[in-house]
Design a protein around this ligand. Sequence first.
Ligand SMILES: NS(=O)(=O)c1ccc(NCc2ccco2)cc1
Ligand SMILES: [Zn+2]
Length: 260
Amino acid sequence: QLQVKLLPFLLHPLWQSPLTIPGGTRQSPINIQWRDSVYDPFLKPLKISYDPTTCLHIWNNGYSFLVEFDDSADRSIIVGGPLENQYRLKQFHFHWGAINEWGSEHTVDSKFYPAELHLVHWNAVVYPTFEEAVMEGNGLAVIGVFLKLGAHHEGLQMLVDALPAIKHKDAVIEFDVFDPSCLIPSCPDYWTYAGSLTTPPLTESVTWIIKKQPIEVDENQLEAFRMLLFTSDGEEEKRMVDNFRPLQPLMNRTVRSSFQ
Ligand SMILES: NS(=O)(=O)c1ccc(NCc2ccco2)cc1
Ligand SMILES: [Zn+2]
């Protein structure tokens, strides 16, 4: 009987179910139940200092589009918040849905947003490379920002204008100067919890910092995400939509909030 109930989990097309991650006790994404989050007065404000000239290129990796940064030195970093070290910005990317009713990876009180931004940082104080940090419990810090349908977002438009040039998997274009802090809401409030990567290798190495306040983007900007393709040039076209992992069990975790 149990096997039948778990079948949808086991058959889920996109990702491995939690049952197949060896010892998976801190998987992501999760639902953030606001009233179950615990205010932690010892959480510091998150300090974000990005150097826009560390921006390298924007590319379609066949699952999302990402903007990558020169992380060979401590030029774009975050520090404070729940973090014990400073972490270097490596890339940011998004997850979104085919329609505005879903698309984010995390949910708040079971509500989906149409999209979610992830700014991926790694602990270069303790680990020599990103690839090694990916395998360690305190290796990564990812800032999650929800996108909601609303006003046009000027800063996002620069990215949107580049998308037609990276329509297909593995397409890449140079992206000289971009300051991703324009995509982070001014409100300092966040939730934080210990989690994992939401795509393979799904390693449990991420300190998640989820901003409470979403940013607003307009319909045309969300539609531009949806015109990207999972597929390479010459292959049968598959629109890049619904590139989010199913919610994972909270298990023995508490989500802390930086606000009351
Ligand atoms: N969606 S996410 O923010 O949890 C995320 C972030 C980064 C990777 N990177 C996967 C990777 C590349 C090399 C080794 O590992 C995968 C998923
Ligand atoms: Zn992500």
